[in-house]
Write a protein that binds this ligand. Structure first.
Ligand SMILES: Nc1ncnc2c1ncn2[C@@H]1O[C@H](COP(=O)(O)OP(=O)(O)OP(=O)(O)O)[C@@H](O)[C@H]1O
Ligand SMILES: [Mg+2]
Length: 367
């Protein structure tokens, strides 16, 4: 049985994903705060290069790879961090290099400098690495990961396997093989390929790449092990995926694609956070006739508004329910029997959320 309390008290990793602008960052922060209220030491990490988490927490310019304590609540703690790709990569190199010289050689390589900060694949893999690192950090017992919009979220999930495939690729092995005496010897087989690549990327770049791969020698085992640990972590017992949706058709169909592809990678999210819903106006909350009878026009106007909002609230929930129904069919197509998908409704707040107080209001609605 999934419920939000169990999610926040027992899981070690929660990955928030969904399409653009639906509230992933906001919900991720609210989940971390809510877990801290339950006495957990939770860290929310955003891998999104847009600085929304810092903005949402009112801490612009303040978030980096090194988590900062945002709030202490009894024994609970909420921390926040933002992925810095280059420094994550640098520390991985330091960790797996056989010597300080090898680490220096890599860090000063031109090709390394150009990929370590900017290549999108590197960003995805470093996000996975950062997740693992925070998970292993004894300061935290829950990591809430805020991802970039849907497609990038999948790139991130698939990045560890992609890295392992790359490291196991025969070309990579040949290029980094220490015993073959370098390019001159292996030239007969690989030279034409290298020449072809060199024509596209330029031969200077190519020799930087080869220098980089040489310097990398022996480190691929460490990298591959890390990649496979992340891959296991993402599919492990202590990890849950939370899909954040907003009630409009386009983001919902985008999210459907995301859920389908997650199923292909053997991941079935157990939670859907239906965010930005029009609140339900139940009969109990209606103004009593006497209080507004003084102006029948005003009363009619109010009643019309309430009727419109009720209709909107209903339509939105139908949209979300259709999405959940489809999601359950996909999940039942997977090897494992499907668990129930828990839907958590979050109402649209009357103002934009740009500080911890706003996040706290959202956390209140999580129960
Ligand atoms: N329940 C809510 N009520 C009111 N405003 C909200 C709510 N949830 C999110 N917002 C607002 O919606 C905007 C988008 O939210 P957020 O940045 O969390 O979305 P996102 O899914 O992370 O976006 P992106 O895909 O760009 O990373 C923000 O301005 C945020 O304050
Ligand atoms: Mg975001």
């Amino acid at each position: 049985m999934n419920n939000i309390n169990e999610l926040l008290t027992t899981r070690r990793v929660i990955v928030c994903c969904g399409s653009g602008g639906v509230g992933k960052t906001t919900v991720a922060a609210a989940l971390a705060l809510s877990a801290a209220r339950r006495g957990r030491r939770a860290v929310v990490i955003t891998i999104d290069p847009a600085r929304r988490l810092a903005d949402a927490l009112g801490r612009r310019g303040d978030l980096s790879n090194e988590p900062v304590l945002v709030e202490r609540i009894g024994h609970g703690e909420m921390w926040a961090a933002m992925l810095d790709v280059t420094s994550t990569f640098d520390s991985l190199i330091e960790r797996f290099a056989a010597s300080a010289e090898q680490a220096d050689l890599i860090r000063s390589n031109v090709f390394y400098k150009s990929i370590s900060g900017s290549l999108s694949g590197t960003r995805d893999y470093m996000a996975a690495e950062m997740l693992l690192r925070l998970h292993e950090d004894p300061r935290f017992d829950l990591v809430v990961l805020d991802t970039a919009p849907s497609r990038n979220a999948l790139d991130f999930i698939e990045s560890p396997e992609r890295l392992v495939r790359f490291l196991r690729h025969p070309l990579f092995r040949i290029l980094t093989a220490p015993s073959r005496g370098g390019l001159k010897v292996i030239g007969a087989t690989v030279q034409p390929i290298l020449k072809a690549i060199g024509k596209v990327v330029g031969s200077n770049v190519m020799s930087d790449v080869i220098d980089f791969l040489r310097a990398f020698e022996g480190m691929e085992t460490g990298f591959a092990q890390r990649a496979s640990s992340v891959s296991h972590l993402l599919r492990g017992e202590g990890t849950d995926f939370a899909v954040v949706v907003a009630p409009s058709p386009e983001p919902l169909s985008d999210t459907q694609v995301l859920v389908d592809r997650l199923a292909d990678t053997r991941i079935s999210p157990s939670f859907v956070f239906a965010n930005r819903l029009t609140p339900l106006f139940d009969a109990a909350g209606e103004p009593s006739g006497t209080s507004v009878q003084s102006s029948s026009e005003a009363q009619e106007w109010l009643e019309n508004n309430v009727a419109t909002l009720r209709q909107r609230a209903k339509t939105e929930r139908e949209l979300v329910q259709n999405f959940i129904d489809r999601m359950s069919t996909i999940r039942s197509g997977a090897d494992e029997p499907p668990g129930l998908v828990e839907v958590v409704e979050i109402a649209e707040q009357s103002t934009d959320i740009h500080d911890l107080d706003g996040i706290a209001l959202l956390a209140d609605s999580l129960g």
